[in-house]
Design a protein around this ligand. Structure first.
Ligand code: GDP
Ligand code: MN
Length: 396
């Protein structure tokens, strides 16, 4: 789960991380009132969306007086911001963060993330902070310093001091930087984060060290331990299809393409996405319907896949274990009645491969259905190839 920058900063502040004085604003009036209260000569007006790259897209503005705050707030609220991370559709700005302006001497990068290879949390930092860290990681990875953290000992003081020296921080800034690192680590562990990223962490002209931006991601499996974090959820920032699927108990991830697939089991679902890609398809989603796939649930899944005209074809790939293939077949027919205009034809081609428990029975049901546009495939490979071909033909 993701939260907004201003929320991340509130969480981090409670762990002792040094953040600028700031307030969220949901309207132009609130923005001006917040700036008045903060009272510094420069305030920053920042668009709050669940995506980075705002600076380059005009979502971060420095205001030198209240008139400018008003002007920037008017400009940003309601605007659709398209950044490197939002995709071409962009994200609508509904909230702002009004913050005291910092006098920046230099920008750094700092983050904590779980490293799967070593099964440890790793602290990463770089002198090349600011707006181009992805480029630094790709082209000059040696400029990113790392400290792997022993899970029993935790982040040790020698590690934070080594990092502060590697970053070449001036002497009076060493201790504040160490403090920021250890407070950020405590927040990462304390709130079960999967990522805590400060970009930029800044050195100010009076040798203070501060988190000027903040991004926290949380491990969904641990959210039950953090009701305070769950409260920060902003559903308007999440994919409506994914929300709908979660409510229907479907494991669904929108992948943005146009060849949809409906599969049982996460492993088979991933293999299906891979094989669609192998045959030149652009997968629309990952979808694991799970083991208790009754017809209503299958119908719901079809609805979600087809919504908004995203999918140009659907591949149903079921290996029946606990699932019964005859139930899945009934589900496909129930879905056709809901998603088609006349109840007799699927709006896009649907290729079905059934194997495992009651496969014969399932195939029989689909063979005898009057519903059009449902095609049976004997194998996973053949089915994947066929649906990609049909979708590509439809597009040509
Ligand atoms: P992002 O582009 O979405 O990652 O947004 P950031 O919060 O990182 O802001 C982008 C850039 O705006 C930063 O790298 C800074 O250069 C600049 N910026 C943000 N806050 C301030 C501030 O208080 N003072 C100054 N001078 N620049 C700031
Ligand atoms: Mn940033």
């Amino acid at each position: 789960m993701n939260i907004h920058e201003y929320q991340s900063k509130q969480v981090l502040k409670s762990f002792g991380v040094n953040v600028p004085n700031g307030k969220p604003a949901f309207s132009v009036e609130e923005a001006v009132a917040a700036a008045k209260e903060i009272g510094t000569s420069v305030v920053v007006v920042k668009a709050q969306i669940h995506a980075g790259g705002r600076g380059k897209a005009g979502g971060v503005k420095l205001a030198h007086n209240l008139d400018e705050v008003e002007q920037f707030a008017k400009e940003l609220l309601g605007k659709v911001l398209v950044t490197k991370q939002t995709g071409p559709a962009g994200k609508k700005v509904n909230r702002l963060l009004i913050e005291s302006g910092a006098d920046i001497a230099k920008e750094y990068y700092l983050s904590f993330v779980v490293d799967r290879q070593t099964a440890k949390v790793v602290m990463m930092a770089s002198t090349e902070g600011g707006m181009e860290i992805e480029k630094v990681a790709a082209e000059t990875p040696e400029k990113i310093f790392k400290e792997y953290i022993d899970p029993v000992i935790g982040l040790a003081p020698f590690q934070t001091s080594r990092m502060a020296y590697k970053l070449g921080l001036p002497k009076p800034a060493i201790r504040p930087a160490q403090k920021l690192m250890s407070c950020l680590y405590n927040a990462f562990i304390g709130k079960d984060c999967s990522l805590a990223e400060i970009n930029p962490m800044v050195l100010t002209k009076d040798n203070d060290v501060m988190a000027l931006d903040a991004k926290l991601n949380f491990d969904d499996s641990a959210l039950y331990r953090h009701p305070d974090i769950v409260e920060l959820r902003d559903e308007t920032e999440e994919d409506p299809k994914e929300l709908e699927a979660a409510a229907a108990d479907l494991n669904y991830v929108n992948l943005g393409g146009d060849v949809a697939c409906m599969v049982n089991g996460a492993g088979l679902a991933m293999a299906t996405v891979d094989i669609l890609k192998y045959f030149g398809g652009d997968p629309a989603n990952f979808l694991d319907v799970g083991g208790d796939s009754n017809p209503e649930k299958i119908a719901k899944a079809f609805n979600i896949m087809l919504e908004g005209g995203q999918s140009k074809g659907i591949f149903v790939n079921i290996f029946g274990g606990i699932n019964r293939c005859d139930q899945v077949a009934e589900g496909v027919i129930a879905a056709a009645k809901i998603v088609s205009e006349d109840g007799k034809s699927m709006p896009v081609p649907v290729v079905v491969r059934l194997e495992g428990t009651n496969a014969e029975k399932g195939r029989e049901i689909l063979k005898n259905t009057p519903i059009k546009n449902v095609i049976m495939a004997p194998t996973m490979e053949g089915g994947a190839e066929q649906i990609v071909k049909l979708v590509n033909e439809a597009k040509a």
